[in-house]
Write a protein that binds this ligand. Structure first.
Ligand SMILES: [Zn+2]
Length: 433
């Protein structure tokens, strides 16, 4: 624990043009709230540390609950600790529009990832209160539990529970960074396995989910735009690959009599880097981990293990990319005699954002004088999980230098406020449909 505090609001307001605060939306309020949350779990580097299911995440949720009440929202909580602040619409019994994100962070994270999405959703409700606007449809601000997954090396825990996608058997076996079992950890913050198991909403009660999040990339900064429309969220697919050659003495084995697994693997890595652009401009593939055996200076590598992370926002192009990668491996096998083996170890389906939602968001950008800009999300978000069941969209806010999961994470208040205007316009547009 440190006694230091951070005055994020002062830094944010320094460059802020107050004319953006209008129609009930207040830049100052957003800055103050960001600052209050930033001081919960403040690290020595002026970053944030609020692991999922911790007292600090709980404290941040409790702060948000105060603000939900201030905006006249009715607060409820499910068995996974997801918090909902609901405003009834003029027309009863219509499905609700949901917006929000998370307040947990990575071990030394920033002050915008997650929190700005929650505050943006809240600001819409607060602005409505101040201008006397009541939506036709119910509106809910949501705070999802444990999005980052730094505690159990997982993530998206709360949103998965809400949509009923939790694999309870697996979840109960999980141990956190201190070796404690899931059941024990959630009891700390007043949750029980029984309630957790029973979590899950009737998804027909939700019409649309929209999440505001920082970009965590540089596309919007390069384009000079406050916000952009996410076209889809890339689901990761991990392939574990083994090249099996023949280890031998580096001095005694002639070059034409070798089955060098590392030489084969290098050709493969090169091939992998050229394949994504053949299937889709949003596709990516990364060899991020490699192990050479026996890994000796004077030994021809007999075995190479490597892992590939393959992503795209569309399932069919991602599948095509996986096929191309496997084909490349097989070709190298027949060229070199080094055996190629592969195994799928992780598969999260990508979530494309429905086109009608993207179009409506583009209209809301235009209505606020912002040129619509489409971009994919390489990272996973709660909207990816919710999007499997409910039409879900995302707005990204420009991130300075694309830095995230780092105390240096930064978005200007002007960009945040402009995005809130787009979000508010979008949610109001949905009232007519
Ligand atoms: Zn996030």
């Amino acid at each position: 624990m440190t006694d230091q505090s951070i005055h994020l609001d002062e830094q944010l307001l320094e460059t802020y043009d107050d004319t953006l605060s209008k129609q009930g939306i207040s830049g100052e309020r957003i800055a103050k709230r960001l600052s209050l949350l930033a001081n919960i779990g403040l690290t020595e580097d002026n970053g944030s540390r609020r692991p999922g299911f911790s007292f600090l995440e709980r404290e941040a949720k409790d702060k948000v609950i105060e603000w939900m009440k201030e905006a006249d929202l009715t607060v409820s909580e499910d068995g996974a600790g997801n918090v909902f602040g609901r405003l009834e619409g003029k027309k009863k019994n219509l499905p609700a529009i949901l917006s929000g994100s998370h307040v947990d962070t990575v071990p030394n994270g920033g002050h915008f990832d997650g929190t700005i999405g929650v505050l943006a959703a809240l600001e819409v409700a607060q602005a409505w209160k101040e201008t006397g606007y009541t939506p036709n449809k119910p509106y809910e601000v949501v705070v999802f539990t444990d999005e980052e997954g730094s505690r159990f090396n997982g993530g998206l825990t709360g949103s998965e529970a809400m949509v009923g996608d939790t694999d309870m058997e697996k979840t109960l076996l999980r141990r956190d960074y201190d070796g404690r079992l899931f059941e024990e950890v959630i009891q700390d913050v007043g949750l029980t396995v029984q309630d957790y198991q029973d979590t899950g909403r009737d998804l027909s009660e939700i019409e649309t989910f929209v999440e505001v999040h920082i970009e965590q990339g540089k596309k919007l900064e390069k384009a000079g735009l406050p916000c952009g429309i996410v076209t889809g969220i890339a689901g990761p697919y991990w392939l574990k690959v083994t090249f099996e050659g023949l280890a031998g003495h580096a001095g005694n084995t002639p070059m034409d009599d070798r089955k060098d697994a590392l030489v084969a693997a290098s050709a493969f890595i090169q091939a992998v880097s050229t394949l994504p652009r053949k299937v889709n401009e949003t596709a990516v593939a990364t060899v991020g981990k490699i192990e050479v055996n026996p890994n000796g200076t004077n030994v021809i590598p007999g075995e190479v293990l490597l892992s590939i992370d393959i992503r795209d926002i569309q399932l069919d192009s991602r599948t095509m990319l996986i096929d191309h990668i496997i084909e490349a491996g097989k070709e190298i096998e027949s060229d070199t005699g080094v055996r190629f083996m592969y195994e799928s170890v992780h598969d999260v389906a990508p979530a494309p954002v429905p086109e009608n939602l993207q179009k409506q968001l583009a209209e809301s950008c235009r209505a606020n004088g912002i040129e619509p800009f489409a971009l994919p999300s390489g990272a996973g978000h709660d909207a990816m999980i919710v999007g499997r069941h409910v039409p879900s969209a995302m707005l990204f806010i420009q991130s300075k230098e694309g830095i995230s999961h780092n105390p240096k994470e930064w978005s200007t208040l002007a960009d945040c406020v402009q995005t809130v205007h787009v979000l508010k316009h979008y949610i109001e547009t949905l009232q007519k449909a």
